[in-house]
Design a protein around this ligand. Structure first.
Ligand SMILES: N[C@@H](CCC(=O)N[C@@H](CS)C(=O)NCC(=O)O)C(=O)O
Length: 207
């Protein structure tokens, strides 16, 4: 199984998932500053020129949440080597798990992505600095939703760590790295539990 990624990007989520699962993978670290995301071989894998990209035999996946949920479904019930919780398809718990995975991508990371786009990712002439204040306000709103979802549990699905926590926590880490204070004890405690996980610490070594 091959993973294409770079540095502190959304590929970190997938690396972390591999660590939690104890599954080996072949990491292809690309250098965006050397134009490697625009190389022909890479655009054939992902025409949008973005990471992460997972290649498993003839399967090519190019969305971080799709990759993580695929890996969870593929390995959790078989390896016996992991303590990550992936609820079974068709159950109430699975519907809740899906909801938090979608929330992580569609709501939780979006204000951070808006900030990144308007700070460095978009061409300068399309950057609107005034939007940063709005994005920070929106991030505070979704932090409140996360706090309510946690409702004093250790993890988003209760007492078991799941792949939904990886997606949510990666964005918390992203915010933390950008010096955004959570100003919320419940979220601070959640983040403290996250950074203590062995899988998270092992994943950091790939950066
Ligand atoms: N929705 C995608 C977003 C992927 C994405 O935006 N990746 C960024 C890095 S975090 C990227 O490769 N950007 C390179 C570029 O835009 O040139 C996912 O979650 O996998």
């Amino acid at each position: 199984m091959k993973l294409y990624g770079f540095g502190n990007s959304r590929s970190f989520r997938v690396i972390w998932m591999f660590q939690e699962l104890n599954v080996q993978f072949e990491y292809h670290k690309l250098n965006p500053n050397k134009g490697q995301l625009e190389e022909e071989f890479f655009l054939k894998l992902n025409p949008s020129g973005k990471v992460p990209v997972l290649v498993d035999q003839e399967l090519i996946l190019t969305e971080s949440a799709a990759i993580i949920t695929y890996l969870g479904d593929k390995y959790v019930n078989h390896s016996g080597k992991s303590d990550i919780y992936i609820p079974e398809c068709g159950t109430l718990a699975r519907a809740n798990y899906n909801q938090w995975c979608f929330f992580a991508l569609c709501e939780f990371e979006q204000p951070l992505w808006t900030m990144a786009k308007h700070q460095f990712s978009l061409p300068q002439k399309y950057q609107v600095p005034e939007i940063l204040r709005t994005a920070l306000y929106e991030f505070r709103m979704v932090l409140n939703i996360l706090e309510q979802g946690l409702s004093n549990n250790n993890w988003i699905l209760g007492q078991s760590f799941s792949a939904a926590d990886i997606l949510l926590a990666h964005s918390l880490h992203w915010a933390h790295e950008n010096n955004i204070k959570f100003k919320n004890k419940c979220i601070d405690d959640y983040y403290a539990r996250i950074i203590e996980r062995e899988g998270f610490k092992k994943a950091l070594k790939y950066l």
